[in-house]
Design a binder for this molecule. Sequence first.
Ligand code: DX5
Ligand code: ZN
Length: 245
Amino acid sequence: MTREIVIAPSILAADFARLGEEVAAIDAAGADWIHCDVMDGHFVPNISFGADVIKAIRPLTKKIFDVHLMIAPVDHYLEGFAKAGADVITVHAEAGAHLDRSLQAIRALGKKAGVSLCPSTPESAIEYVLDRLDLILVMTVNPGFGGQSFLGSQLEKIRRIGTMIGARPIRLEVDGGITRDNAAAVVAAGADTLVAGSAVFRGKSAAEYAANIAAIRVAAETGRVQKLQHSSAPPQRAGESALIR
Ligand code: DX5
Ligand code: ZN
C-alpha cells in the first residue's frame, strides 16, 4: 500500500494559554491535520475542551480538523462540532449502543465519519459499519491523557484492521504514545495517519515543532517502505481518490 502518510499533531499537548499561536505554529511546521481531543470527564477521566474552542481556532488554519470525541453520550453534540468546523468527526465504539446511527448522523451533517477503538476493544466491534466509515482510529494508549506510553499490543489489531479495510477508502489512524521511535512500526503494521501530541510539542519553538514532525514523517516513510517490501498488493489501491487528504 502506498497511501500518503498524514501527521496530525494533537493540540492537547499545546500551551493552552497561547492556543491560537500554537495552532498557527504547527500549521507552519508541516502538520497535515490538526487533531482535537475532546474529553468529557465521564467517558474518560479528564476534561479538555469543547466545540467553542474548536470554533475559535478554526479560522487560524486551512488544515483538516480531525475531531476525536471522547464523550458519552455523543449523538446530541455532533451537530455542534460540525458547525464549529470539524472536517472529520470520530466517535468511540464504546460510547453508546448505536454506533451505526452515530456514523450515519455524522455523514448526514456532511462530515467524514470516524470510529475509535480503545485498546481492549476488538476489531469485530466495527465489522458491520465499515461502509459507513472514512477513518478508523486505533487507540495505542487508554484514552484520557497525553504523554502515556505506546501499547505494543495494538500492533496486531492495526494489522487486522488493515486487512479488514482492504481496498476501501478508509484511513487507519493511530493515537497515543506515537514518537519517531515507533512510527515505522505502526506504519509497517498498516497505519497511514499518525496522531502525536507530546512528540510534536516537545521543545518550545516552531522550528523544533517542524523538526519533530519531520522526524516522525521520515520514520513513518521507513515503515511504508517496509510494508511495501512485504506486500504483494498492487501499489495503487481502489478508492484511493476518495481517501481524506
Ligand atoms: C489521548 C488522546 C491523544 C493524546 C496523544 O486520549 O486521544 O490524542 O493527546 O498524546 P500523546 O502523543 O502525547 O500520547
Ligand atoms: Zn486523540
